[in-house]
Design a protein around this ligand. Structure first.
Ligand SMILES: *Cc1c(COP(=O)(O)O)cnc(C)c1O
Length: 387
């Protein structure tokens, strides 16, 4: 094949140009303008929350989300180690400390280890979870819905309620994922904890170039988010500010793009699902390779496909990546564990085991919503016959 097959690229085939052109024609390109409000409203409607606050990117959304959950520099936050570093850096922006947790077979935070940690390594006094080792108050946890899967929210919510900790859902990779069964049936990733954040970075399921959205059912919390993302201005005319805010509001240009993308989200998910099933079936017949499942009680958004390679496949992880590249197919390993990164080497970790195994064995393979059936079949053919 002559053409290059990228891992994950944007897909602008509907009203993107029309809406962006309209934003430019009306000269509303900055943080004012109708698209920002419309995009917030439509997002809230889509994921069924009381409201949504648009922001510059997922990272800024997580920063504000932690702050409105009351996390301060004296606190600690439980975080996953197997994810993108932007899920954890906001803890440090606030000056708080992360405690790293392992993943389970969904690649998301291991709820059983989380419970074990809270019970065995902490004390619960006066409604506060106190880390035995540091004597600090663990005020929140950040749960990431990795690759569009759903963390085990049924268990995690129970633990958070028991120990009075706030939940920030990093749903940056999981917009559109929801529970299809059980206690949270119909609930979307990002809408189950106290506050959730989506990202519209270029490689996410829908994109605004760069952008993010904070969602919640707590209206007071949302209005705090809006305040903080817009310079904490308490009077529009006289410019009075009652605290330190940020210039984190999304622009109308970004939102114009986002609105057009949101209109296609379900369609993108359908294509990704078809390609996922095609890969999964064919790859299950290749010795040493398999595609990881999504949790079975959910409707995932099928954002990224995780190919697990074991020792019986003729190539190891890095060899597969190099081999695919020689066939003009882009793939990549998962992120290096965050607790192994230089700024976090001295942070506390709790029984990190599975995350390391998955890191060594998983690669992500092409999954764009514009990926054709023919492209998928070509990737499969290359994997079937590695040479
Ligand atoms: C993409 C991503 C983010 C950050 O989103 P940006 O919009 O790029 O700032 C945070 N956490 C995870 C898990 C992500 O994948």
């Amino acid at each position: 094949m002559d053409k290059f097959i990228p891992l994950s690229v944007p897909n602008f085939k509907a009203k993107e140009l029309e809406y962006v052109t309209n934003a430019i024609k009306t000269e509303w390109v900055s943080t004012g303008g109708k698209y920002v409000n419309d995009f917030e409203k439509e997002t809230a409607k889509f994921v069924k929350t009381r409201g949504a606050v648009a922001c510059q990117n997922g990272t800024s959304g997580l920063h504000v989300a932690l702050q409105v959950c009351g996390v301060t520099k004296d606190d600690e936050v439980i975080v996953p180690t197997l994810t993108f570093i932007a899920a954890v850096n906001p803890v440090k922006y606030i000056g708080a400390e992360p405690v790293f947790m392992d993943c389970d077979d969904s690649l998301c935070m291991d709820a059983d280890k989380l419970l074990e940690f809270c019970q065995n390594e902490c004390r619960f006094i006066d409604g506060k979870l106190i880390n035995n080792k540091t004597k600090k108050h663990i005020k929140a946890l950040i749960v990431v819905h990795v690759f569009g899967n759903m963390a085990d929210m049924e268990k995690i919510i129970e633990i958070a309620e028991k120990f009075n900790i706030k939940i920030v859902e990093d749903a940056t990779e999981a917009m559109g994922t929801y529970y299809a069964k059980g206690k949270f049936k119909g609930k979307y990733a990002g809408t189950i904890g106290n506050v959730g954040v989506y990202s519209f970075n270029g490689n996410k399921i829908i994109t605004t170039g760069g952008g993010g959205m904070i969602v919640s059912n707590d209206e007071e919390l949302l209005s705090r988010c809006k305040h903080l993302t817009t310079q904490a201005k308490s009077d529009e005319l006289y410019y009075t500010h009652d605290e330190i805010g940020y210039n984190y509001r999304m622009t109308n240009l970004q939102a114009a793009l986002g609105l057009a993308q949101l209109e296609q989200l379900e369609q993108f998910i359908n294509t990704k699902k078809e390609n996922y099933n095609l890969y999964k079936q064919a790859i299950s017949e290749i010795q040493g390779l398999r595609i990881l499942n999504f949790r079975d009680n959910i409707r995932p958004n099928y954002w990224f496909y995780a190919l697990y390679c074991d020792e019986s496949y003729p190539l190891n992880r890095d060899e597969i990546i190099r081999y695919l590249l020689s066939k003009k197919i882009q793939s990549r390993p998962v992120w290096g564990l965050i607790s192994d990164q230089k700024p976090y080497l001295s942070s506390q970790t709790y029984k990190i085991e599975k995350a390391r195994t998955y890191l060594e064995h998983i690669i992500n393979i092409p999954c764009s919503s514009s990926l054709s059936r023919e492209d998928v079949l070509y990737v499969i053919k290359c994997l079937r016959d590695p040479k």
